[in-house]
Design a protein around this ligand. Structure first.
Ligand SMILES: Nc1ncnc2c1ncn2[C@@H]1O[C@H](COP(=O)(O)OP(=O)(O)OP(=O)(O)O)[C@@H](O)[C@H]1O
Ligand SMILES: [Mg+2]
Length: 388
C-alpha cells in the first residue's frame, strides 16, 4: 500500500469532511493514472486473484487474447479464455510458485499470430494473492528474425557458390585445354602416338579428381552435421590429437607446451567433429610456422565455460585478412582449400561454442575456443570439492 494512504487510514477517525474528500480525490487520481498506464501499454496484462478470477484486464490483452466473453471482470479465467492450448497452459501453471517466462503460442488459422505469455505471482505482504499474466504479440518479431535468418543463409550460400564457381573454373579450363590438345594430336592421323594421349588423359584424370574434391568439400560444408553429443573430456581429445601429431610437429621444428586442466570437466561433444575442428586449428598453426616455433595448448575453466587456447609463434594474420578467414574458400596458401576455419566454425556452433582470435603479424596467433560446461557437471564438481 502507498505510504500516504497508510498514514491517512491510521488517522481517518480524526479527519474532517474536507480532508476525507481530499483523500478520496487523491486515491481516485492515483487509480486513474494506473488505469491510464494499463490502457496505454502495447503489451497485454491480466491480473487474477487466488481463485483465478479476473481482477483486471487491459485493452491490449482484450485485443490479443481470444476471450470468449465481453464481460470479463470477476469471471473465472478458465471460462473466459477461448483457446484450448492457452487455457490448459494457464490451468497447469497458475499455481506454481515460480515465474514462467515467454511461453509462445500460435493462434488462429490463416492469419496466425504468435503470443508470448509470462506468468508472475502477485505477491502481497509475503503471500501469493494471485497472478499477473503478461502477453506480448511477437508475430512481427519472429517474422523479422526468420527473414534475417533466411537472408543470412542466402548470403552464406551465395558466397559459398561463388567460391565453388571460382574453384571449378581452373580444373574445367585445364580439362578443356587438354582435350583440345588431344583433338589436335589425333585429327587427320591414321596412327596416333599413345604416349602423348596418355599424358593428356592423366592430367585430365587429375583435374577430375580435383573437381570431385571440390564438390565433396562443398557438400560437407553445406550439409547439416547431425552431431551426436555426449559427455566427454576435451582434455583427452586434445592429448590424443597432440600425440597423433607429435611426429609431424617435431619434423616441423615445433616445440609443444601443454597446460591442461587436471580433471575434467566434461562437456557435451561429438568426438569425431571435435577432433576435426582442433586438428584444423593445429594444422593452421603448423603451416604458420614454416621455420619452426612454439605451440602452446591450454585448457582453462572459467565460470560456466571451458576454454581451449591454442597459440603459435607463427606469421600472424593481418587485419585485412582477419575479416575473411572464416569465409569459405579464403586461403593464403598455394594448396589450401580455405574451408578449414569455415568447418571449425560450423562444428563449434554444433557444440554451442564460440571462437576468438588474437593475432599479431610477425609474432603469432592465439585461438580460443569456448564451450559451455553443462550445469550438471558444475554441480558435480562443487559436490566433489566439498567432499574432499
Ligand atoms: N594460426 C594461423 N596463423 C596464421 N594464419 C592463419 C592461421 N590460421 C588461419 N590462418 C589464415 O586463415 C586462412 C584460412 O584458414 P583455413 O583453415 O580456413 O584455410 P586454409 O588453411 O588456407 O586451407 P585448408 O584448411 O583447407 O588447408 C589461412 O589461409 C591463413 O591465411
Ligand atoms: Mg586450414
Amino acid at each position: 500500500m502507498r505510504k500516504f494512504l497508510q498514514r491517512a487510514l491510521e488517522k481517518i477517525e480524526k479527519m474532517d469532511r474536507t480532508q476525507i474528500r481530499q483523500l478520496v480525490s487523491d486515491i481516485a487520481g492515483d487509480n486513474e493514472l494506473l488505469e491510464m498506464v494499463m490502457e496505454s501499454m502495447s503489451d497485454g496484462v491480466v491480473v487474477t486473484d487466488r481463485e483465478d478470477n479476473i481482477l483486471m484486464v487491459n485493452k491490449s490483452a482484450e485485443r490479443m487474447f481470444p476471450f470468449s466473453t465481453d464481460d470479463l471482470i470477476e469471471k473465472p479465467l478458465n471460462q473466459a479464455i477461448g483457446d484450448k492450448e492457452i487455457r490448459e497452459f494457464l490451468k497447469e501453471n497458475l499455481h506454481g510458485l515460480d515465474r514462467i517466462l515467454d511461453q509462445e503460442f500460435t493462434l488462429g488459422d490463416g492469419y496466425s499470430r504468435t503470443l508470448s505469455l509470462s506468468i508472475m505471482p502477485l505477491v502481497r505482504q509475503g503471500w501469493i494473492t494471485g497472478n499477473v499474466i503478461h502477453i506480448e504479440d511477437v508475430t512481427e518479431k519472429r517474422a523479422k528474425e526468420a527473414r534475417l535468418r533466411r537472408a543470412e543463409s542466402l548470403a552464406a550460400l551465395t558466397t559459398l557458390t561463388a567460391g565453388v564457381a571460382h574453384e571449378i573454373k581452373n580444373p574445367l579450363g585445364s580439362i578443356g585445354i587438354h582435350l583440345e590438345l588431344m583433338k589436335k594430336e589425333m585429327s587427320g592421323k591414321k596412327q596416333i602416338e599413345t604416349q602423348k594421349v596418355l599424358e593428356n588423359l592423366l592430367i585430365i584424370k587429375e583435374e577430375v579428381d580435383r573437381l570431385n574434391r571440390i564438390v565433396m568439400d562443398f557438400l560437407f560444408t553445406v550439409r547439416p552435421m547431425n552431431a551426436e553429443l555426449s559427455y566427454d573430456e576435451l582434455n583427452r581429445v586434445v592429448r590424443e590429437l597432440l600425440d597423433f601429431m607429435k611426429f609431424e610437429l617435431s619434423e616441423a621444428g615445433i616445440t609443444v607446451d601443454t597446460d591442461l586442466t587436471k580433471t575434467g570437466p566434461q562437456i557435451l561433444m561429438d568426438e569425431r567433429y571435435m577432433k576435426q575442428a582442433v586438428l584444423n586449428i593445429l594444422k593452421n598453426a603448423i603451416s604458420a610456422m614454416p621455420d619452426g616455433g612454439r605451440l602452446r595448448v591450454q585448457t582453462v575453466q572459467k565460470g560456466n565455460e571451458l576454454l581451449l587456447k591454442i597459440s603459435d609463434t607463427g606469421v600472424g594474420i593481418s587485419d585485412e585478412h582477419m575479416d575473411k578467414i572464416f569465409e569459405p574458400y579464403f586461403t593464403t596458401k598455394d594448396f589450401g582449400s580455405g574451408l578449414g576455419l569455415t568447418l571449425v566454425y560450423k562444428i563449434l556452433k554444433e557444440h554451442m561454442g564460440d571462437i576468438e582470435i588474437n593475432s599479431k603479424v610477425g609474432e603469432g596467433t592465439s585461438i580460443t575456443l569456448s564451450f559451455p560446461v553443462p550445469q550438471k557437471e558444475k554441480r558435480l564438481i562443487g559436490y566433489n570439492e566439498e567432499a574432499q
